[in-house]
Ligand binder design. Structure first.
Ligand code: NA7
Length: 538
């Protein structure tokens, strides 16, 4: 850190305050400060850049989106020169990439680390946001860009007795930077989402005993680990913009050849062949999106996928009773999971599956975990229990907009917002990948959104307009579009973070635009062509 980021904030008035220095925050800072020449700084609770990749250092952590699209495109030399080692790099490599971006663009001098923003209040007279940090410093900014993370606010269920436990307890997303020595230990992992399955598969060979506390089994397909594919590299090198445009001009931006073929339009043999090919190739998003175009909208199509995966579980797991416990019975309509060797792990003698739906956890004791059926003695407990997703981190900042309106009140029954980026009555506040944005992979979409929002800011500034607010009726219509779109999918039928069902007491809500990135970009282009008619400027 240099002088900028350590200097006192009090009485400072910035053009833009960026909250977060993860994938979104870093690019927002670069765009605002270097491309637009604004006085912009970023603020991060963490001690370094990286956001989710700073915090999630748990064993086995890697990106399960192909790295070809898990990167920025704004810097052509960086896009050309950064060489990912693997198709799905480990956390340390992703964090090294984000540090390299920050260093190349000298961003860290404009980032206040270990600085949590706890309050933001709109001041109508000056058209400024008044911000407060956790240590009580106050400063102002005309614009706020919140890159606070879709999956960042941890969900840590409270079990009585946790304070009496004699061993170590860690949440995967707050893993100690120095690591945790698990060798030869008895370890319990609570949770079998994408985090849990990565940890379980990675640590099983190292630990003495591994207890997997599963509440709801999930469909897991192989990830297909491999070196970074040479053919993809060649495509990226031959035509950077063409590759990025191809990735964006899709539904999901996962860099896949998304299928539009309905599952029931082909013979059962052909379906089996297509699923088998996807299983061998690996990748959860590929299995869901490259096989058939209707798995997430048609129950009949969905069942063909679930039948295939359940048959694989039965074929891999030697004990039929265990295979049955690992086999989900509900729809394949959560965020798709992928890890190499997940089901094979349960054939190991040192791994035991504990069904905590049948016998829930009731307490943590001095020696381990107590369920309604037994006491399990362990040395380490790992919570892989997920996040207060999408809205969690926004609501941690007390945000007061026009006429004293609190975001916490506006979102009490669920989030409300426009195009995943703005909120009526909260002028000049921009969200990177906020609620009601597209349901896609993130980095390229972050760039797209940040370019779009900053163009809106440039439009206002060029006209001497200080405040940009969203038309409330347009916002209502967008929320309804998102609700209608989500209702056409199978996602609302299964409990998961996608609909807020994973956090006790959280309102269940549609929080994404399900029309796909290509359609989303068209919507945003129409807004620009209308002269930003959805916004009120003053
Ligand atoms: P997820 O996908 O929300 O998974 C959390 C897991 O923790 C899931 O298996 C939950 O079971 C389980 N869980 C949560 N609370 C409890 C309690 N109280 N008792 C037992 N088990 C519990 O989080 P992840 O971190 O794996 O992944 C989130 C996203 O982060 C992922 O999609 C990536 O995009 C990055 P449940 O299914 O609710 O019964």
């Amino acid at each position: 850190m240099n002088s900028t980021s350590t200097a006192s904030l009090t009485d400072l008035t910035l053009d833009a305050a960026v909250i977060g220095s993860g994938v979104g925050g870093l690019y927002a800072l670069q765009r605002l400060r270097d491309q637009m020449g604004l006085d912009a700084r970023a603020f991060d609770d963490a001690g370094g850049v990286g956001g989710t990749w700073y915090w999630n250092r748990y064993p086995g952590c890697r990106v399960d989106t192909e790295a070809a699209v898990y990167c920025y495109s704004f810097d052509p030399a960086l896009f050309r020169d950064w060489r990912w080692s693997e198709r799905y790099p480990r956390q340390a490599e992703v964090l090294a990439y984000l540090n390299a971006v920050a260093d190349k663009h000298d961003l860290k001098r404009s980032i206040h680390f270990n600085t949590r923003i706890v309050r933001a209040e709109w001041d109508e007279a000056s058209a400024l946001w008044r911000l407060t940090t956790a240590s009580g410093e106050r400063f102002a900014a005309r614009y706020i860009f919140e890159g606070v993370g879709l999956l960042s606010s941890t969900n840590l269920p409270e079990f009585p007795g946790a304070e009496t436990f004699g061993g170590e307890i860690h949440h995967a997303a707050r893993w100690p930077a120095g690591g945790v020595d698990l060798a030869g230990k008895r370890v319990a992992v609570i949770g079998t989402g994408s985090t849990g399955i990565q940890i379980i598969t990675e640590i099983a060979p190292q630990v003495a005993e591994l207890y997997v506390l599963q509440r709801t089994p999930q469909y897991v397909v192989p990830l297909g680990l491999s070196p970074f594919p040479a053919d993809k590299r060649a495509r990226m090198d031959a035509d950077r913009q063409g590759f990025v445009d191809w990735a964006l001009d899709s539904a999901s931006v996962f860099g896949l050849e998304e299928s539009v073929t309905p599952a029931m339009s082909v013979s059962a043999e052909e379906r089996e062949r297509i699923y088998e090919r996807a299983w061998r190739k690996g990748g959860g998003f590929g299995f869901m999106l490259e096989t058939f175009g209707d798995i997430i909208v048609s129950k009949e199509a969905n069942q063909t996928a679930t039948d295939f995966i359940r048959a694989k579980i039965r074929a891999i797991v030697k004990d039929p009773a265990l295979a049955a416990k690992l086999s989900p019975q509900d729809l394949y309509a959560k965020r798709p999971l992928a890890v190499d060797g997940y089901y094979e792990t349960f054939n190991r003698a040192n791994v035991r599956l504990v069904d905590v739906k049948a016998a829930p956890i009731v307490a943590i004791t001095a020696n381990g975990i107590r369920t309604t059926a037994e006491d399990i003695a362990v040395d380490v407990i790992i919570f892989a229990t997920g996040f207060d997703a999408v809205t969690g981190n926004y609501l941690k900042i007390e945000t007061i907009g026009r006429n004293g309106r609190r975001l916490q009140d506006k979102w009490a029954a669920g989030p409300h917002g426009f195009i995943g980026m703005t909120i009526a009555d909260f002028p000049n506040l921009f969200m990177i990948f906020g609620p009601f944005g597209p349901f896609t992979s993130q980095p390229l979409v972050h760039e797209y959104q940040i370019n779009w929002m900053t163009s809106l800011v440039a439009h206002a500034r060029a006209r001497g307009l200080r405040a940009i607010d969203t038309d409330a009726a347009v916002e209502d219509a967008w929320v309804q579009t998102c609700r209608d779109g989500m209702a056409q999918t199978l996602f609302p039928e299964v409990d998961s973070w996608i609909n807020g069902a994973n956090v006790p007491g959280k309102p269940r809500a549609a929080m994404f635009y399900m029309g796909g990135m290509a359609a989303y970009m068209k919507e945003l282009e129409r807004i620009v062509e209308s002269g930003y008619g959805c916004f009120r400027f003053d």
